[in-house]
Ligand binder design. Structure first.
Ligand code: SF4
Ligand code: ZN
Length: 474
């Protein structure tokens, strides 16, 4: 496969390239645009015109520099071995393949897809979106040889995208509904995915019926289909092995997988906990489950929420804390689908004396609440605050007391424990799990890394000082 006919470079080496606002020529999709999507569909061979790229809406030359436009990416593929169950996994590769282009940054998936094209890419001669379609078609056929034919449609017109967007949303919903029909105890095989290791080298997803991948785009059925057609590929079987702790979702086979795939960095995972040995997070989680120590409960914030969450942090700041393949108790990347599962942070709920993990939730944005409302127990839904009900932690405390949220009962215990002197008087004890500190050597070369495993760090304050090199006076 060659890209020498195109005026830019293509290859895995460009994955991870960041394009900042001042380097960007245009932005496609992303949080500021209403409707955008990416979708892969398996079709019959006769329905596909191999290599064809169709552009609907303004092309690069019609776009204003610095502008933002919708983007609908529809990839249609055919091949005798293809089945519908493979669509979601193929779709996840749009992210990787777009990032192969030097000058393209692609983030997220499904209807949160977000791309930036750099000024230098356009200066090099990328003046037609057909080139993007051509790269996708070539990469799909080269990297996934079971795809024999492919065609791509790119939609950039806000009116024209509407119908296709609705079709895409209907397909995502259908996939999610199907995934809700089975649970972890109904199957004897789980799956793993390492597609995000180019960004987060110690991260691997464990995909079970109840724990749809944190990117929200690969459920257990999708992973099963992918592992079947390409067992040596980025999605693979994970025999669960022995169940060590049913409530926590700890399995010997899952531990073996993460140990191997994180190169020994992570040794065990509780699939159903955000607080103890949590599943690692790469960077493409749909939402973050975060611990709020002041109320002993959890909040959920999604990546589309533009304001600061109840703990005073925006999604982006918490995403830095959560992502990168670290095991970070108190910050856990999750998919919406997992939030709706009966296993959702089950261990954390049981630890507080609740019947399930969803009872630990005290705050979420209105949009998230609307989205997961059908999965929240009736006796809890009105007790979860949103940004419309409370603006800070003190208001949240009052709200939870007034509504008699179940976490309030745990406060009494907390206060008692404090009186017994088991808690430090000031400052917060934050469980940190495995933490790495890198200490660079002289001149920026060499240095060493300190890894603190299963540590608890107590700090009354943290001081970060920039050390200026001392210069000798002449
Ligand atoms: Fe795979 Fe997980 Fe990355 Fe999704 S988030 S692409 S399942 S590694
Ligand atoms: Zn990821």
């Amino acid at each position: 496969m060659s890209f020498s006919d195109l005026p830019f470079d293509v290859g895995p080496v460009y994955e991870g390239e960041r394009i900042r606002g001042n380097q960007m020529y245009v932005e496609l999709g992303g949080p500021k645009i209403d409707k955008h999507f990416e979708l892969v569909r398996v079709k019959k061979e006769k329905e596909i015109e191999d290599g064809k790229v169709t552009i609907i809406g303004p092309n690069i030359k019609d776009m204003e520099e610095g502008g933002r436009y919708p983007i609908g990416i529809l990839v249609e593929v055919a091949g005798p071995e293809l089945e519908e169950d493979l669509e979601a996994v193929f779709e996840r590769r749009v992210h990787e393949f777009c990032n192969f282009i030097n000058g393209v940054m692609h983030l997220n998936q499904r209807y949160t897809n977000w791309m930036r094209l750099s000024k230098s890419l356009v200066q090099k001669g990328f003046n037609d979106l057909t080139m993007l379609g051509t790269v996708l078609i070539r990469l799909y056929k080269a990297e996934l040889p079971i795809i024999k034919k492919a065609q791509v449609t790119l939609i950039t017109d806000p009116k024209e995208i509407e119908e296709s967007y609705d079709v895409a949303m209907g397909i995502y919903n259908k996939r999610d509904e199907r995934a809700r029909t089975i649970h972890d105890e109904d199957v004897d095989m789980y799956y793993g995915c390492v597609l995000c290791q180019s960004f987060a080298p110690t991260h691997a997803c464990c995909i079970t019926p109840d724990r749809t991948s944190l990117c929200g785009s690969i459920n257990w059925f999708d992973a099963r289909a992918a592992a079947k057609v390409d067992p040596k590929g980025p999605l693979f079987e994970v025999p669960p092995g022995e169940c060590v702790n049913k409530e926590a979702g700890e399995f010997t086979g899952v531990n073996d997988m993460i140990k191997k795939r994180s190169l020994g960095e992570i040794e065990r995972i509780y699939l159903y906990s955000g607080m103890e040995f949590p599943h690692t997070s790469c960077g493409c989680f749909e939402a973050i489950d975060f611990y709020i120590p002041e109320v002993n409960g959890h909040g959920i914030v999604d990546r589309n929420y533009g304001d600061v969450a109840i703990n005073g942090l925006p999604f982006s700041a918490m995403a830095n804390q959560t992502g990168g393949g670290k095991q970070m108790p108190g910050f856990n990347g999750v998919s919406f689908q997992y939030i709706g599962s009966p296993k959702y942070q089950l261990y954390d709920g049981l630890q507080l004396g609740f019947e399930s993990g969803i009872y630990t939730i005290v705050w979420m944005p209105t949009t998230v609440k609307e989205r997961v409302a059908e999965f929240i127990p009736e006796d809890l839904i009105d007790k979860i605050a949103t940004e419309e009900d409370v603006q800070d932690i003190n208001q949240l405390k009052t709200w939870l007391k007034e509504k008699n949220h179940p976490v309030v009962d745990t406060w009494v215990e907390m206060e008692e424990e404090e009186e017994e002197g088991e808690w430090e008087e000031e400052g917060a004890m934050v469980p940190m799990g495995t933490v790495g500190l890198t200490i660079p050597g002289a001149g920026g070369a060499g240095g060493f890394k300190v890894i603190l495993k299963n540590c608890k760090i107590h700090a009354e304050s943290i001081i970060i000082k920039k050390i200026e090199p001392k210069r000798r006076k002449k």
